[in-house]
Ligand binder design. Structure first.
Ligand SMILES: O=C(O)c1cc(=O)[nH]c(=O)n1[C@@H]1O[C@H](COP(=O)(O)O)[C@@H](O)[C@H]1O
Length: 276
């Protein structure tokens, strides 16, 4: 999917919501556990009930890898279901990969070619040759970790190296890599106060922003400092939406939460002069 198509979808749906499909068998409604593929059935119901309120879905691969072959098959069925039924939706494999070039090439092939995701999250710390194999894919997007939502972000990412914070070095350096128009970055919603500085360095790239809801980040703060003329934001919520209820009405309750966020986003877009 091209960036232009994603921006069109955001404008059409008046939403820049990404729903995280982080499926934990200990949290899903009990009646689903009797089915042959509870993870896929859960995702299918959530997707059918929420797709009109969001522009992206982000399964975090850890939640599938944890269940072995069955988990990986459920991931494959989920992305196939999305690509077949909702091709206008942007898909993110949250896998946080990155290795020597020869190995990264295989990760890129796995997520872009074999599974057919539009994007994948990548850790930048092995450098240019570990990221470029992902960037070689046309109309696919590489989402580099810049400043993450967790406390541990302060262990390395905000430390100063050669007079610059490390997360800023990641932004400045990666901008010069090949096909960097297909680069997006992760910035945690809990780090909204850093967004003004971040936007000075990367005024146009999309940001994937997790950490609203369960982690305490604020949608309004993120939009105030992070929004661009092309919106430039995909705001993720996982647990806050998919576990809104653990009863049989889980999909309906998830839709209610997604709809609430979508409505807040519509108001923000309407009041944001930059985005009109
Ligand atoms: O790359 C991510 O998506 C990510 C980066 C980050 O800095 N913080 C973060 O929470 N995430 C992911 O975003 C999702 C957040 O989930 P909730 O806190 O349940 O909304 C999880 O899948 C996390 O692994």
């Amino acid at each position: 999917m091209t960036k232009e198509f994603l921006v069109d979808q955001i404008r059409k749906k008046q939403s820049f919501l990404c729903i995280g499909l982080d499926v934990d068998l200990n949290k899903i409604p009990e009646h689903l556990l009797k089915l042959e593929d509870p993870i896929f059935e859960f995702n299918k119901a959530i997707i059918d009930a929420t797709h009109q309120f969001c522009v992206a879905y982000k399964p975090n691969t850890a939640f599938y890898e944890a269940y072995g072959l069955k988990g990986w098959q459920a991931l494959e069925k989920t992305i196939d279901y999305l690509n077949k039924n909702y091709p206008e939706i942007f898909t993110i494999a949250d896998a946080k990969r990155g290795d020597i070039g020869n190995t990264s090439r295989m990760y890129a092939k796995a997520f872009f070619e074999d599974l057919g995701f539009d994007s994948v999250t990548v850790a930048p710390y092995m450098g240019k040759d570990s990221v470029e194999p992902f960037l070689e894919f046309k109309d696919k997007h590489t989402i580099l970790l810049a400043l993450t939502s967790n406390e541990g972000a302060f262990d390395f990412q905000t430390k100063t190296v050669d007079h610059t914070e490390l997360y800023k070095k990641v932004l400045i350096t990666s901008k010069s890599w090949g096909n960097s128009q297909n680069l997006m970055y992760v910035v945690g919603a809990t780090k909204a106060e850093y967004l003004t500085d971040i936007r000075k360095l990367i005024p146009d790239n999309f940001l994937l922003v997790p950490g609203i809801g369960a982690q305490g980040g604020s949608l309004e703060e993120v939009c105030k400092y992070g929004m661009t003329q092309n919106v430039g934001l995909l705001i993720n919520s996982s647990r806050g939406i998919i576990y809104a209820s653990s009863a049989e009405d889980y999909a309906e309750k998830a839709a209610e939460q997604a709809s609430k966020l979508q409505q807040s986003m519509t108001v923000i877009l309407r009041n944001q002069p930059k985005c009109k």
